[in-house]
Write a protein that binds this ligand. Structure first.
Ligand code: ZN
Length: 325
């Protein structure tokens, strides 16, 4: 009997020791692996940070070649240098809510938005406001800061028998002319397109965005509103009615504007379907850098062309950002 009892106790001890060993192995393994996995993610995020930064700056330099003259870094912060000599910070490293980004965006906030160049079937989510982030000091350098400066940069673009003011700088007015030259013959043959375009509502207007004290992109003479429908603007209609308008909106109009570097307000969460805005930097990013970089490829992989100017920009960016990880 005693022998049997000792055997049972011995077997129980063996079983307890076995389970204890298994538990230690299991928890030890996860504890060892957790920091490694976490570190890999952080490293990947960090390296994507510098890649995205370089891509954003390259898109800005390609989009505004006459206005950005260089890139530099100081104390781990990167700046673009404007023709005027002013420096504009890429990332102020402040954590901001969307409302703050609307009034106080940095270049990173602004370029973080990947404009959906592909067709959309449904309205963008309501809280998707990223298309509205603009660094005003940046656009002031290009299109003019004061009302007088802006107005001295305006030229007329003839649309049918009316003349509309648009900013001539950075090829904005010429791009609008290209749009109109393509739209008018198309609208003559297609009644559905004609009624979504004409009569054009307006272009330059020194005004603030409705509900804010911020100047609208119309105030810099870089936006156009086509014919106005009461279903075009998120403040005027329900999302259901906005969706009905989106469903029938002729996509040819959108494609012609996008081809000429205009974004469409119909692709904003707070939709504005009559509105088109000249933003070459966002179209460049959407065309060439809309996906995360593949491991082991150069950060500028995706650009379909390279020439001495582009290579010069890439070299400038690499040199300025070499110590930013
Ligand atoms: Zn507008």
């Amino acid at each position: 009997m005693l022998r049997n009892k000792i055997l049972i106790i011995f077997l129980c001890l063996i079983t307890i020791l076995f389970f204890a060993y298994m538990i230690i192995c299991f928890t030890g393994k996860s504890n060892n692996n957790a920091p490694i996995a976490k570190m890999t993610i952080i490293q990947e995020e960090k390296s994507n940070y510098s890649i995205n930064m370089k891509r954003d700056i390259l898109c800005l330099m390609l989009a505004y070649p006459q206005y950005i003259t260089g890139v530099e870094s100081k104390d781990q912060k990167v700046y673009i240098i404007m023709k005027s000599g002013n420096r504009i910070i890429y990332d102020d490293q402040n954590i901001k809510r969307n409302e703050e980004k609307i009034s106080n965006a940095d270049l990173q906030d602004m370029m973080n938005y990947v404009y959906p160049i592909q067709d959309i079937k449904e309205l963008m989510p309501k809280n998707n406001e990223s298309g509205l982030f603009r660094v005003h000091t940046f656009y002031n350098e290009i299109y003019g800061e004061t009302r007088n400066q802006i107005e001295s940069n305006l030229v007329h673009v003839k649309i049918k028998n009316k003349r509309f003011s648009f900013n001539k700088n950075n090829n904005a007015a010429n791009s609008l002319k290209n749009v109109i030259n393509e739209l008018i013959p198309l609208a003559q043959n297609r009644k559905d397109i004609n009624r979504f375009v004409f009569p054009v509502s307006g272009t330059y207007s020194y005004r603030v965005v409705e509900g804010t004290n911020l100047l609208s992109s119309h105030a810099s003479g870089t936006s156009i509103d086509l014919v106005c429908s009461e279903k075009d603007y998120w403040r005027w209609v329900s999302r259901k009615d906005g969706q009905t308008r989106l469903d029938i909106y002729p996509r040819e109009i959108v494609r012609i504007f996008e081809k000429n570097n205009f974004i469409w307000g119909g692709k904003w969460g707070d939709f504005d379907m009559m509105h088109y805005e000249y933003r070459p930097e966002l179209l460049l990013k959407s065309r060439y850098f809309s996906t995360e970089p593949k491991q082991g490829t150069p950060w500028h992989n995706g650009l379909p062309y390279s020439d001495s100017t582009v290579n010069g920009y890439i070299k400038l960016i690499d040199e300025a950002c070499y110590n930013i990880k």
